[in-house]
Design a binder for this molecule. Structure first.
Ligand SMILES: [Zn+2]
Length: 252
């Protein structure tokens, strides 16, 4: 009995130390040409939802039904700016401990990143850029807070992010500054809400979208810094809304 246990332990040790098969790299995709948004669904089986999904994002926000929804409660704390350029966007991996509460579920902030031009449109009006704060619940459900960015006065709260944008593809590095996601939000925190998807492959659905109704201003210079990083832009065009419900929380 004892010898058998020892043998099992040895076998476990060997399998733990055996070289792991390398994870297949996610298939390449881009924002233009042959591997651009209209082809994402064909590039790989795991991307099929991008073309066959019926609840895709982004969408044009039109005729939302105004309702007095339960407010989102924000519990954001400052984070180190752990920043990376993954070739598709620049992302800040957010320190743990920040979250939103939405209908009694806690969604923890995982990261934020941007798209330029913006992805969601409001009554066909497009915006120069859009910030996405990505949250995940303990059950693995996603909630994304979207912030439309428009040209106006310089916004100091965004500067720790904008002044540290890595131009080339990089691993995450600590920029040595902090940022508070609370200060990235507009002062009025009402949102459009609908069920959508990731806006990048694999376009996974079931994402709770919380798009701020009020845009946030950045200076022309700040917007140029975001816009100049990806030659062909990094926004997915709007997708069919189909029969989804689009709500607007009209009570702050
Ligand atoms: Zn995004």
């Amino acid at each position: 009995m004892k010898a058998l246990s020892v043998l099992v332990l040895i076998l476990m040790w060997f399998s733990a130390c055996a070289p792991q098969q390398a994870e297949p790299a996610s298939p390449h995709w881009t924002y233009e040409g042959e591997e651009g948004p209209s082809h994402w669904g064909e590039l790989n089986e795991s991307y099929a939802t991008c073309s066959v999904g019926k609840s895709q994002s982004p969408i044009d926000v039109a005729n939302p039904s105004a309702q007095d929804l339960t407010n989102i409660s924000f519990h954001y704390q400052p984070s180190e700016v752990n920043i990376l350029n993954n070739g598709h966007t620049v992302q800040v991996n957010y320190d743990s401990g920040s979250y939103v509460e939405l209908d009694d579920t806690r969604y923890d902030v995982v990261q934020f990143h941007y798209h330029a031009p913006g992805e969601h449109t409001i009554g066909d009006e497009s915006f120069p850029a859009e910030l996405h704060i990505v949250h995940r619940s303990a059950e693995g459900n996603l909630a994304v807070v979207g912030i439309l960015l428009q040209e106006g006065t310089e916004n100091a709260a965004y500067q720790p992010f904008i002044s540290n944008l890595p131009v080339e593809k990089t691993d995450a590095k600590d920029a040595g500054v902090t940022i508070n996601a609370m200060d990235l939000l507009p002062s009025m925190q009402t949102t459009f809400r609908y069920s959508g998807s990731l806006t990048t492959p694999p376009c996974t659905e079931g994402v709770n979208w919380l798009l701020m109704t009020t845009p946030v201003e950045l200076s022309a210079q700040q917007l140029t810094a975001l816009d100049s990083l990806f030659e062909h832009g990094n926004n997915r065009p709007v997708q069919p809304k189909n029969d989804r419900t689009l709500m607007e929380d009209n009570t702050p």
